[in-house]
Design a protein around this ligand. Structure first.
Ligand SMILES: O=C(O)CCC(=O)C(=O)O
Length: 250
C-alpha cells in the first residue's frame, strides 16, 4: 500500500463546519477503499456479532441492511473490518484528530441500497462515547447537520452570515469525525436520493458506511459533562443506563 502523505490530510477550517466536526475528503487510499469494500462485501463472519443496529450495545462488528448470504461462506480469506480500518485510524491519530489513547470497540456497517430512504436525522445514542468516526464507500451522498437546540437553531437562522443547517458531501474514501458539540448537540442524517450538491445532481448508487465507536462504561467519565447538560440527553441517560446493564451482563 502506498505511504500516505500526511500533509495532504491537514483538515482545512472550511471542512470543520461545526465545532467538533472534521471532514477529510479522499482520506482513504484507493487500496484501503477496495479492502474495506471487500470486507463489507464479505459480510458478517460470525453471526453472533451481527445483531443489527437496534441492539448495537455490545462490542464487535454490527451489520445493518446486509443480505444474509456473504462470501465467508465460500471460504474466502478476507481481512476483517477492524483490521482493515486500522491504518486509517493510525493516520487520524497522527494528525491529532483522534486522541492518543482513544480506542474503538465497535463498528456499525450500514448498507444503503440505491435509492433507499437514507437515515433519518438523529443524535447517536448516548451508550456510545464521545468520538465517532465514519468511513464512506460507494455512491456520494450529502449528509445534513442541524443543531438540536432551538435557541442555537433560531440564532443561526436569523443571522444571514450563519447557516443553521450544514450540508457535507461524503464521497467515496472520505472520513468524518464527530466529537464534542456536534456529536452531542447537533443531529445528522442522510435524505433519500438523488442528492444535489453545488448545483449538480449526484448519481444514485449503493453506499456503505462504517462507523467506529466506543461503548461508554461507568469508568469513562470524561464526556459526561457534555451530554448530561443537555435536555435531550436526559432521555438518553435512561437509555444509557439500560445499555450499560446490557453491556455489564455480557
Ligand atoms: O452512513 C453514514 O455515514 C451515517 C451513519 C449514521 O448516521 C449512523 O450510523 O448513526
Amino acid at each position: 500500500m502506498a505511504t500516505p502523505d500526511f500533509q495532504k490530510f491537514e483538515p482545512s477550517p472550511s471542512l470543520s463546519l461545526v465545532e467538533g466536526f472534521t471532514h477529510l475528503p479522499n482520506f482513504l487510499e484507493p487500496e484501503e477503499v477496495q479492502a474495506l469494500k471487500d470486507a463489507a462485501a464479505a459480510g458478517p463472519k460470525d453471526e453472533t456479532l451481527s445483531t443489527g443496529r437496534p441492539l448495537a450495545a455490545t462490542p464487535g462488528v454490527h451489520w445493518h441492511g446486509f443480505p444474509r448470504t456473504h462470501s465467508w461462506q465460500n471460504g474466502a480469506q478476507i481481512a476483517s473490518i477492524p483490521e482493515t480500518c486500522l491504518p486509517a485510524l493510525h493516520r487520524l491519530r497522527h494528525l491529532g484528530v483522534l486522541p492518543a489513547r482513544y480506542s474503538f470497540d465497535q463498528a456499525i456497517v450500514n448498507f444503503y441500497p440505491e435509492g433507499c430512504e437514507g437515515i433519518r436525522m438523529h443524535v447517536d445514542r448516548a451508550n456510545f462515547d464521545d468520538i465517532i468516526v465514519g468511513f464512506s464507500l460507494g455512491a456520494a451522498v450529502v449528509m445534513d447537520l442541524e443543531p438540536l437546540d432551538t435557541q442555537e437553531h433560531d440564532e443561526a437562522a436569523s443571522d444571514p452570515t450563519r447557516s443553521h443547517a450544514k450540508h457535507v458531501l461524503l464521497e467515496e474514501g472520505s472520513v468524518y469525525v464527530f466529537s464534542g458539540h456536534v456529536r452531542w448537540k447537533w443531529k445528522h442524517g442522510i435524505k433519500q436520493g438523488p442528492h444535489r450538491y453545488a448545483d449538480e445532481e449526484l448519481p444514485l448508487g449503493e453506499r456503505t458506511s462504517i462507523t467506529l465507536r466506543r461503548l461508554r462504561r461507568p469508568d469513562q467519565k470524561e464526556s459526561d459533562d457534555l451530554w448530561m447538560t443537555h435536555q435531550e440527553s436526559k432521555k438518553c441517560a435512561q437509555n444509557h443506563l439500560r445499555h450499560l446493564q446490557l453491556v455489564d451482563a455480557c
